[in-house]
Structures are given as C-alpha cells and as structure tokens.
Design a protein around this ligand. Structure first.
Ligand code: NOJ
Length: 512
C-alpha cells in the first residue's frame, strides 16, 4: 500500500458543482484549482474527482465517449495536468474515476461494434449472437443497428457493457466468451492503456466504478478478482505508488483483487444506512437507532481483510442522499464526523458535507441523476450571487443552488469556532497528528448490543472513542476506563461512585 494512504483523508469532488471559473454555470478544473487551498485547509490529503472525461453526460460522465480526453466543459488535458501539479504542490493527491464496465453509446468502440461486418471492436462489448436472444439477467440494447445480436447494458440503457468475458461461459452459447478469449483480453489491455495514460500525466490512482461486476456469470467474483489481480501486477510494475479504491462494497473480495481500499456503500450488505440514512438513524438525538447490524458486518469484513487494505466509510457521495437529510442538526453532524474521522480506513468527505449542505428537494433530474440530483447541487461558498459558485445567470447553473435563506456556506462558518466546518478541521487535525487514529491502527467495538448507546470503540488498544448522539445521558459500562481526555465534543463525561455517564449529544476521545 502506498505509504501516504496510511494517513490519508479524501475529499470527493463532483466537478460539475464545485467551482465554475468561466461563468458557463458548470464547474471546471480551473475552478477546482482556485479552491485547492480550501481543500488543504480542511486537512484533506487527497481528492477523488468524479468522471471528467469526454461524454454526452447521460449519466453525469459515467458514460464515457473518450477515455483519453478531458471533457471540454471542464478544460483540457493540460488543465487537468495543471490540477495534478497544483494539488501536488500542496501535498494533495488526485484520484480519477475510472469507469471500466461500460462506455457511452457514443464511444467510437461501440459505434464500430454496432456494425454487421466483423471488425476489431466486434467483441469489445457483451453481444449475443441473435437480436432475438437477450443476455440472461441483464438488460440489453437490440435492433439499433444491422448487427444481429443484443448488447448487454450495465446501468442505464445508453451504457453498453464492455466485454471482459464470462467466468462460467455456457458452452451452448458461443457468444459467451471465456475471460482468456482475444476479445476480453483486448478490452482489459485497452483499459490498462487508459490507466497508463492518466497515471503517466500525474494522476495518483483511481476510484473504480462498479469494480465488482466486470466479468459476467461470475457468482463468487472469482473471475473479477483474477482480473483485478492482473491489474495489480501491472500497476506494481509500472506505477507502484498508484492508489486504487473500488466501488465494490465487499472488501474481502476487492482487497483480494489487489485494491488498497473498498467503500462501504449505501446498498449491499454493509448496514451503513443504519448509521445515517434510514427512518431512525443511529446518529440522531431521538436515540431509536441501532448500530449493531453495522458493527457486526464491519467486524466480519474487518477480520477477513485484516492488514490487507482499508475499508473506507464515506460521509456521503454523489449517489446517496446528503448526510444532512437525515442527520439534521449541527451537533449531530459533528458527532457523525467524529465517528467518520476516528475510524480506521481512509475517510471520504463528500464536498459540502463539511458545512452540512442539505439535500435540495424537488429538483428535476439532471444528467441521469434522478433522485440523486438533490445531492449534487453547487457548492455553497458565500453569500454572493449563486453562493459564489458561478458568475453565470442563475438559470444557467448546472443544478439550482439550495434556495433556503439559511443555507450553510463556507464563509459563514470560517471564523466560527462552533461551526461544523471548524469541528471537521479540528477532527482532521487530530487524526493526522494521532497515529492511533489513522488508517491501519486496530479498532475494537465495545458496544455491540442491539440499540445500544453510547457507541464505544478502542483504537490501537490505547485510545477510546465514546459517542452519545442521543438527547439523553447514557451510561458507559465497559472497560477500559476513559483516562486522559484528548478530544471532546459537548459536555465532559462524569464519573460518580463507579458509574460513568456520558452527557447528551457528546463525545470524546480518551487515552486508556
Ligand atoms: C456508480 C456511480 O457512482 C454512479 O453515479 C453511476 O451512475 C453508476 N455507477 C453507473 O456507472
């Protein structure tokens, strides 16, 4: 694992909505460059940039039409290189978003593969051998060209699935190629070239979209794991410092594939939503939440992956509701960040979550966002027009700004020691200066019972984190005994006659 990941804090940027520098209503590379000092001031050491490649933007850029060209609306490849250089000069790494599973229907590879005559790209996508036959278990595109076949799609109908082969091809279905067939091999080599290109230009690694679903008919993911192991070998040889994080949600598999990090996701088995995004989130004053399912699953994954890589817990991302949609008040958000920034793995902060940006209700879908659109609104910098995001006319903005008069802004929280922003900065500073709180130090949960509050865990056996997100005092009944307080939110814990009480909506980090 690259050394820098051991103490990394990531910041996710949705480029459309971060900072517009040319008044066209859409964010861009120059805009991001102008905000790098802010990102550094958060204590973030790395950026994950959502897809920024040429695209018709039917899925916000997850429908790539040219993997080797920056989307002109964000700038040129040179501007992106400048972003890498400027970030590096501030000690910030940049991970691009690699979308290896599918392209846009507008990608030249797909246009070639649509042709009836065989050519170099006929096997680049997952095609059946008859327009009347659809790939089992997958949606498909059919009847849109002279080619007699149906092409599997991975996500939206305009995102045809690239062909990495089938782990268990059905011998009766010759179109299902093994992973070793020339078509799938060529796809993988093409994707390695894409990685080579951007890493060569100065990118520091990739977040990989839908990393677990490349090989088809692969029930235990063995084919996909083998594919990523091959990628790891290639990276170890040519770019050993490149960091890789997967959108997979099953860390035992992705880390076996050679990823350094995997995300906990809002879908799949993680119980991540129980913490922040459900009817009764754990991080809520009402105290009706239950973290036990999350803890159990986390421990299971943690034990399976011990020392092999990192499990990353994001504050949110461009696909989820904003954290502040269900964790509503400032103090609860602070406690949520206390958790996120004191857990192992590399924390990921979704842009704007550090000021408690809200989900914007009722927006019309933009670029395939649908209900995700409300989490993709422009960053709120200050009280100037368009919240400082853009000098364009408001009607031209990518997505409207949160219309609330009291919408949070960076400027409004900058100098306020009680703001969420100030707390996030203090927490990242604590993490970065405390080895026991960093990516690889052990964690052990003490509170594991159903519905139990407060949340308690130790780090490296030397620090104890206690968080009571509820509006009631809660008793701490475990050992070890909190000793020296090194961080506190809210009132101090009280010890009286052998009972330790954790005041409402408070938390602390203690040496033990
Ligand atoms: C996951 C991405 O995060 C999401 O935004 C996208 O729509 C799908 N993958 C398809 O690429």
């Amino acid at each position: 694992m690259p050394e820098w990941l051991k103490n990394a804090v990531f910041y996710e940027i949705y480029p459309q909505s971060f900072q517009d520098s040319n008044a066209d209503g859409v964010g861009d590379f120059k805009g991001i460059i102008s905000r790098l000092d802010y990102i550094a001031s958060l204590g973030a050491t790395a950026i994950w940039l959502n897809p920024c490649f040429d695209s018709p933007f039917g899925d916000a850029g997850y429908d790539v039409s040219d993997y080797l060209k920056a989307a002109p609306r964000y700038g040129t490849n040179e501007d992106l290189k400048k972003l890498f250089d400027e970030a590096h000069s501030r000690g910030i790494r940049v991970l691009l978003d690699l979308v290896p599973g599918h392209t846009s229907v507008e990608h030249p590879w797909f246009k070639e593969s649509l042709k009836a005559e065989r050519n170099e790209f006929s096997d680049r996508y997952v095609w059946t051998d008859s327009v009347w036959k659809e790939p089992a278990g997958m949606a498909s595109l059919r009847g849109i060209s002279d080619r007699n076949g149906s092409c599997a799609v991975n996500f939206f109908s305009h995102q045809p699935a690239l062909n990495y082969g089938f782990y268990q091809p059905d011998p009766a279905e010759k179109w299902q190629q093994p992973t070793s067939a020339p078509g799938p091999r060529a796809t993988l080599e093409a994707m390695k070239d894409v990685m080579r290109f951007w890493l060569g230009l100065g990118a520091d690694g990739f977040r990989v979209d839908m990393a677990g679903s490349l090989v088809k008919n692969d029930p235990e993911s063995k084919g996909t794991i083998a594919l990523w192991q091959e990628v790891r070998e290639f990276l170890d040889k040519e770019f050993p410092e490149a960091a890789m994080v997967s959108e997979w949600g099953e860390p035992d598999k992705s880390l076996a594939g050679g990823f350094h990090m995997d995300f906990l996701l809002h879908f799949g088995p993680s119980h991540y939503n129980d913490l922040f995004r459900c009817e009764h989130p754990y991080f809520s004053p009402e105290g009706k939440g239950d973290a036990s399912g999350f803890i159990e699953k986390y421990r299971e994954n943690y034990l399976k992956t011990a020392k092999k890589g990192l499990i990353c817990i994001p504050s949110g991302n461009h696909d989820m509701d904003r954290l502040a949609r269900s964790v509503k008040d400032r103090d609860s958000l602070k406690l949520a960040f206390m958790f996120l920034l004191t857990m192992p793995g590399a924390p990921f902060i979704y842009y704007g979550d550090e000021i408690g940006m809200r989900y914007v209700e009722g927006l019309t879908s933009k670029e395939g966002g649908f209900e995700r659109t409300g989490s993709r609104s422009p960053m709120q910098w200050d009280k100037t027009p368009n919240a400082g995001f853009s000098a364009a006319a408001p009607g031209l903005l990518y997505v409207p700004i949160d219309p609330a008069d009291d919408r949070p802004t960076v400027a409004g929280q900058e100098g306020d020691p009680l703001s969420l922003l100030s707390e996030v900065r203090r927490l990242t500073a604590l993490r970065r200066s405390t080895p026991e709180l960093q990516s690889e130090a052990d964690v052990e949960f003490l509170s594991v019972a159903k519905g139990e509050y407060p949340l308690c865990y130790t780090r490296a056996g030397r620090l104890l984190v206690i968080i009571n997100p509820t509006a009631k005092p809660q008793e701490y009944t475990h050992t070890p005994i909190p000793w020296e307080e090194i961080y506190r939110l809210g009132e101090a814990i009280k010890t009286d006659g052998g009972r330790t009480t954790v005041p409402p909506m408070s938390g602390g980090v203690y040496r033990v």
